[in-house]
Design a protein around this ligand. Structure first.
Ligand code: UDX
Ligand code: UDX
Length: 459
């Protein structure tokens, strides 16, 4: 099977970078990224590369190189499906917010919609690739929809989960630890493997059955999130005992069986994947009556919620048990550095807890616009949007955000925060001037020398 044209449904954080990199590495394959969100497609087509809908280091350069050559962005979903030999499904699969499995299961309505559209439009054989993270055995549902058309068209279904991390997506795609392809028909698996093999060595291209591939993605995210919750649990103990979590992380990370990565204590993990995928795993386990398995993984999320709550509580306690009417500057709104993505960001929850205590929030993030901050807070439905408007202000300049603040909370590890003129910031603040470093980003000694009261996670 020779792939000449690819269509990808869903031009988001996964579809966008993934297709851009494939287009760059395979100039002879024509790739069309389609999305029902016309505004997003227009942004992908914007002449000014600063306006691309997704910020990722190195992405704009690749889009500039491939766009209009073999990479196209369009809202014409049906045409793109019709023309393609291979179709990636990369639409979002949010946690269900209604009905059975509410708050736990993945909402597959977008996936189903894609499958139905493909079934309706296709006139030639297609390889359909699940790129979105899906509950185990979703491929069975896809198959059932696709195979019950009377068109005589053959569909080959593959699972090819994405392991890229936001902020390093381009590098992760160019140099993946592994590429995972699950499928039943060897020719279809081979057709996809041949695409990746243009730049990934064969020994890193892993092929499995469909269900192993689907479950591996959920498991990888669950293990990664578990490491963060594990070190965060230890960070609380460190704060009580005088141990330092950074020293503990280093000491255990040098054990080659444990390894040094993903041991950074933080205000809690965020992002679109970790919580959703674990909830999904928990839901699946419960649906098979595996309650011990479900409880085990659920604890990773309970710990993460606790970490965000206790960080906010610590701010309140330290500020003499009240933040009512006080100005708290929040530096960083994205769920990690080098992305404009705020989904499930710890900053949203910390701000919400502080707003419940009637604090005034002054937020600054290098890549997140004000509308997004308000949208994130309004979506929690904790209070009328009007009140969020009154209690929260968003700044385009960090020094303005910190002016007249009683405390600063660092919630994203943006590099630029390290280079600020902290003496100038302190001069403009209420005294005592507090910093709560949720990322252990700054140097305690330097800040204390300037007269700050400095608190960091796990110290
Ligand atoms: C992805 C994956 O697909 C998800 O399963 C994974 O767990 C997280 O990452 P992501 O790319 O981050 O999602 O989501 P998002 O940025 O929201 O992009 C999805 C896009 O699909 C949106 O632009 C949306 O408009 C589009 N979409 C959704 C369609 O074009 N059609 C639909 O039917 C539904
Ligand atoms: C994750 C997976 O890493 C990726 O393989 C998968 O495809 C999608 O989900 P992502 O959510 O983009 O990627 O970022 P990641 O780097 O994993 O960070 C997730 C969250 O954990 C962030 O909020 C980050 O700040 C936090 N984190 C990570 C920590 O708090 N400590 C760490 O040591 C590592």
């Amino acid at each position: 099977m020779q792939v000449k044209k690819i269509c990808c449904i869903g031009a988001g954080y996964v579809g966008g970078p993934t297709m851009s990199v494939i287009a760059r590495q395979c100039p002879d394959i024509q790739i069309t990224l389609v999305d029902m969100n016309a505004q997003r497609i227009a942004a992908w087509n914007d002449e000014n590369l600063d306006n691309l809908p997704i910020y990722e280091p190195g992405l704009a350069e690749i889009v500039a190189e491939a766009r209009g050559r073999n990479l196209f962005f369009s809202t014409a979903i049906r045409e793109a499906i019709d023309e393609a030999d291979m179709i990636f499904i990369s639409v979002n699969t949010p946690t269900k917010n209604y009905g059975k499995g509410k708050g736990m299961a993945a909402d597959l309505k977008f996936i189903e919609l894609c499958a139905r559209q493909i079934a309706e439009v296709a006139r030639t054989d297609k390889i359909v690739v699940e790129k979105s993270t899906l509950p185990v055995r979703t491929a069975a549902a896809l198959k059932s929809i696709l195979h019950h058309t009377d068109s005589g068209v053959n569909f080959h279904i593959l699972s090819n989960p994405e392991f890229l991390a936001e902020g390093t997506a381009v590098q992760d795609l160019l140099n993946p630890d592994r590429v995972l392809i699950g499928g039943e028909e060897p020719e279809a698996v081979e057709a996809l493997a041949n695409i990746y093999a243009r730049w990934v060595s064969r020994d890193r291209i892993l092929t499995t059955n469909l269900w192993s591939s689907e479950l591996s993605k959920l498991t990888a995210n669950a293990f990664l999130a578990q490491r963060v919750s594990s070190i965060n649990a230890i960070s609380e103990l460190c704060e009580k005992t005088g141990a330092n979590v950074e020293e503990v992380a280093k000491a255990i990370g040098m054990d080659s069986r444990i390894g040094p990565k993903f041991l950074k204590a933080s205000v809690g993990f965020g992002g679109s994947c970790f919580q959703k995928d674990i909830l999904n795993l928990v839901y699946i386990a419960r649906s098979y009556n595996l309650h011990e398995v479900a409880d085990y993984w659920e604890q990773v999320i309970i710990m993460n919620d606790h970490q965000k709550q206790r960080f906010a509580d610590r701010i309140v306690q330290t500020l003499f048990n009240t933040v009512s009417g006080k100005r708290i500057a929040i530096l960083g709104w994205a769920f990690k550095k080098d992305t404009n993505d705020t989904r499930e960001s710890a900053a949203i929850y910390v701000a919400d807890h502080l707003l419940n205590e009637q604090a005034n929030i002054a937020a600054y993030d290098p890549k997140v616009p004000a509308e997004k901050v308000f949208m994130d807070l309004d979506q929690l439905n904790s209070r009328p949007a009007e009140e969020n408007k009154q209690q929260v202000s968003v700044y385009g300049d960090p020094y303005e955000a910190c002016k007249d603040a009683h405390a600063i909370a660092i919630l994203t590890e943006w590099d630029e925060f390290k280079t600020y003129d902290w003496a100038r910031i302190k001069a403009g603040m209420n005294k005592p001037a507090f910093i709560f470093d949720g990322r252990k980003l700054l140097q305690r000694r330097e800040l204390e020398a300037l007269g700050f009261q400095y608190y960091a996670i796990g110290e």
